[in-house]
Design a protein around this ligand. Structure first.
Ligand code: PGA
Length: 882
């Protein structure tokens, strides 16, 4: 069976590849296609381990005429994207195929069975699911390399594959689908794969809404329907009507941290767009309901509401449609800056929900349950999940920007210098001001433009009602005063604390102090009065890994969560942990199920927030079937972590982790911060400098334009190392830690015990294994040969590779394997199959970087585009940007 499955994947790759070949031949002639074939052949030979093969490939690439460079990079990039479509299609079709580890991809039905067998009552299962609050937060993080217009074509290509596979009895239908496939692949080939301009934050938000429209709008009711059926089977009960175990929030147009393009004006616009889109989508549902619910029989409540009409449901729906239309027109008028004269608009979820519920109840009361539980139920579910805004919009701003407001304010009011005050002085001042009845900010205050913008954002918070906004996140938070400042600014501008406030801890020091900071905050009665019984805290995975190295950061994240759980429990406060994870391992990425179950026990008590970023949004939520599966995986993980939590780590393991993390941290810092050759090496060998040219997102690659590597954001930091396949940030230091321990008696045994019995550690090793399998020191060496000519830098490169090789062999020893990914052949094959297509892109990238340097960045527009295409292509080949 599994042989057949792989066969179908291979067939599809061939179909798509042949089609691309024909398109390219039509465009550039058979001679060009022959050159592509030669390159592919050489790359394949190079991968068989022959040194000569690799050299031949490089020589061939270097001799290519300049006019060929762009089309060659494009051909390989497009092929890799088509291979990804085939693979994604295969995974969606056979949803239980081995993903990351055989047998661990959860299936909800099986999990419910297991929970029942472990003594959880049916009631408990229903309650846990009904009260579950998972919020998936879609961010605009610039890690999606593929343009929206191409994503649409790729989705259509996927549909064609489905049509071909299901048309074996209908040759005409299959032929039509093949014709369409040719058309789409030709369209893609004749479309620029790199945008010409950066998207604006509003463009990004529109893209987020499109994911809802094209995929989640369908997947959400399907997910509830499946859940309902499963609960009925296992527990004999149904999911409550208004249950919304998984909801969506967004950062698109709200995350201003280091992105000057996200202004208060933008946020207002995005909020309105959400209202408009929501109204537009609901209208489609309501129109369908109005057409279909032509029944006459009602209960007395509905009859009383609509009066004696022939088609009471239609009557009620007609009124509702009018209101939703008015809402859509109102939002549009606001967006266009026009006034609106129309009728009352829908403001709250309940205004939409209540009439639909009245229809539902009436249908059930008169025995028409089958009709009630059809399209109408789907619409009710959508209202429960999407509300009237589709997503809740989070806001994020750096702690420093709020401190700047306080500094200017205390200066202008002659109250002192906020920046110089101790933490205690700040807290005392902020608490007193929070309690004071008089305003602190003068009415016509002349402040800096930056501070005005910060305050304008608080004005947006003040003008919005509770359903539109999610959480206000403070990046680089480190002290209770960072949170109190935001509370005070909300009160000053809006008269109240208008939305929950969450500090984001994202350096090693801040993670280490997270429990203490929240402890001190919750101990302040003034603060408790403001926030009541809830506290949200965000954990930043990638910045902490950039700061401390992956192993030390992972352990600090774990301990911070444990401390936060303990503190909040003691204070009787419900804690929601918000995980700021990226897609790649270096940014805390990994399969959602394993990631959630590797968190400390007690940290997922039915509630959880997690970011979904860039290409991961496409991989996990881009199509209805895949989104459905992703929601199932999340529901499973949270249910399992809440009902059957992972074991507490043994004290001995904790001691081990302390030592391992310490050694790894010292080794990491010793290179990244203390070796004077490190930064010059990074700059010379990776495409870091050129990355800023890729117009992936609306935000700049650095927090400050004049800064060095420390101001570089975590995404381009990881992206740069990924492009040359050294993947350094995710492993540097770990080899020393493991090797040192293994040399000691009993060391290997205890590490293996942790591997087998502690999900946190087991998952860490799985991710490391996958990362090392994607890394390739030969390629990194090639970049060095081409781009570095200082002996001290070369020596550093040599040492880094030596460390990599050491970790590689230590990891195999820990895993008791002969080679990496031995137990997950599908992933191994996926990497192996792609390598011959990625290698030419690496070769050309190094070449183009060299030419770019020689020309001081003044290469031709075509070469510059070719360089960008190599970056996009390598990212596609590795299925991760950075
Ligand atoms: P941030 O995200 O830079 O927006 O904090 C980092 C990441 O997602 O890797």
């Amino acid at each position: 069976m599994s042989h057949d499955l792989h066969e179908s994947l291979r067939d599809n790759v061939r179909v798509l590849g042949d089609c691309l070949g024909r398109t390219i031949a039509d465009d550039l002639g058979p001679g060009f296609v022959a050159r592509i074939e030669t390159i592919r052949g050489l790359a394949k030979r190079g991968r068989t381990g022959e040194q000569a093969g690799q050299q031949e490939l490089i020589d061939y690439l270097r001799r290519l005429p300049e006019t060929d460079l762009l089309p060659v990079t494009r051909a390989f990039n497009q092929f890799l994207n088509l291979a990804n479509i085939a693979e994604q299609h295969y995974r969606a079709r056979f949803r239980r195929v081995e993903d990351y580890k055989p047998g661990v991809q959860p299936v909800l039905g099986e999990l419910l069975e297991r929970a029942r067998n472990e003594g959880h009552s049916p009631r408990k299962l229903v309650e846990t699911l009904a009260n579950m609050r998972v919020e998936l937060v879609l961010t605009a993080h610039p890690t999606e390399v593929i343009r929206r217009t191409l994503i649409q074509k790729y989705d259509a290509i996927d549909d064609c594959l489905t049509a071909i596979e299901s048309s074996s009895e209908y040759p005409e239908r299959a032929a039509r689908a093949r014709g369409r496939l040719e058309e789409l692949i030709s369209q893609a080939w004749h479309t620029d794969e790199i945008r010409h301009d950066r998207p604006t934050p509003v463009d990004e938000a529109k893209w987020g809404f499109a994911v809802i429209e094209n995929s989640l709008w369908q997947a959400v009711p399907d997910f509830h329907r499946d859940l309902d059926n499963l609960l009925l089977e296992t527990a004999g009960e149904r999911l409550p009507l208004d249950a919304a175990p998984i909801r969506y929030a967004s950062w698109m147009g709200g995350d201003r941290d280091g992105n000057p393009n996200v202004t208060a004006k933008v946020t207002r616009e995005v909020l309105l767009l959400g209202r408009w889109m929501a109204a537009d989508l609901y209208l489609r549902d309501l129109e369908q309901l109005k057409t279909e619910l032509s029944m006459w029989s009602t209960n007395s409540a509905l009859r009383a509401e609509v009066g004696n009409v022939a088609e009471p449901y239609r009557e009620l729906l007609k009124r509702l449609v009018a209101k939703v239309e008015a809402t859509r027109d109102w939002a549009k008028a606001q967006l266009d800056g026009r006034s609106f004269e129309g009728g009352p608009v829908i403001e709250t979820r309940d205004q939409l929900y209540a009439p639909l519920l009245a229809c539902y109840r009436s249908l059930c009361d008169v025995g028409l349950d089958t009709i009630a539980n059809g399209v109408l139920l789907d619409t009710l579910r959508r209202v429960a999940v999407f509300g009237v805004t589709l997503t809740k919009l989070d806001l994020r701003q750096e702690a420093g920007r709020h401190a700047l407001v306080m500094e200017e304010l205390t200066h202008d009011l002659k109250l002192g210098n906020y920046r110089e005050w101790s933490e205690e002085q700040r807290q005392a001042f902020l608490l007193a001001e929070l309690e004071s009845a008089r305003p602190l900010i003068p009415r016509r205050w002349e402040c800096s433009a930056e501070t005005r913008e910060t305050l304008d954002t608080f004005a947006v918070v003040a003008s919005e009602y509770g359903e539109a906004l999610g959480t206000y996140i403070i990046s680089m938070a480190g002290q209770p005063s960072d949170v109190l400042t935001v509370a005070l600014l909300m009160k000053e501008v809006g008269g109240r604390v208008g939305m929950p406030i969450a500090p984001l801890f994202e350096t090693l020091d801040d993670l280490n102090r997270a429990g203490d900071v929240i402890e001190r905050l919750l101990a302040l009665p003034g603060y408790r009065q403001l926030v009541g019984k809830r506290q949200e805290v965000m954990i930043g995975y990638s910045d902490s890994a950039k700061d401390a190295g992956q192993l030390a950061a992972a352990w600090a994240q774990y301990r911070a969560q444990e401390a936060l759980v303990e503190v909040c429990e003691r204070h009787g406060v419900n804690l929601t942990l918000f995980h700021g994870r990226g897609g790649t391992v270096g940014r805390g990425g990994g399969p959602s199920h394993a990631a959630i179950l590797s968190q400390p026990p007690g940290s997922v008590n039915g509630s959880l927030r997690v970011t979904e970023q860039g290409e991961m949004i496409r991989f996990k939520f881009g199509q209805p079937d895949i989104a459905l599966r992703s929601m199932e995986i999340y529901a499973c993980a949270v249910l399992e972590a809440s009902l059957l939590p992972p074991p507490k780590p043994k004290a001995e393991w904790r001691g081990e982790m302390d030592r391992l993390a310490d050694t790894a941290h010292n080794a990491y810092v010793g290179v990244v911060r203390q070796d004077p050759d490190f930064v010059p090496y990074f700059r010379a060998v990776t495409p870091e400098g050129a990355l800023g040219r890729l117009p992936l997102g609306s935000r700049p690659t650095k927090r400050r334009q004049d800064g060095g590597v420390e101001t570089l954001r975590a995404i381009p930091w990881i992206f740069a190392w990924t492009q040359i396949r050294l993947m350094l940030p995710a492993w540097l230091g770990t080899g020393e830690a493991f090797a040192g321990r293994i040399e000691e008696p009993g060391g290997l045994e205890v590490i293996q015990e942790m591997r087998d019995q502690w999900p946190f550690f087991g998952t860490y090793l799985d991710m490391l294994e996958m990362l090392l399998a994607k890394a390739d020191v030969e390629i990194a060496t090639y970049y060095e040969h081409r781009l570095v000519d200082e002996p001290s830098l070369e020596a550093l490169g040599g040492r880094l590779r030596e460390r990599f090789r050491r970790l590689h062999s230590v990891l195999l020893e820990v895993l008791e394997q002969e080679e990496l990914l031995e137990k997950t052949p599908l992933i191994r094959q996926a990497i192996e199959v792609r390598n011959p297509y990625i290698d030419p892109l690496h070769g050309l990238q190094a070449e183009l970087l060299q030419r770019n340097r020689d020309a001081d960045g003044a290469i031709s527009a075509d070469l510059s585009r070719a360089l960008m295409v190599t970056m996009a292509g390598i990212a596609a080949g590795l299925r991760n940007t950075g």
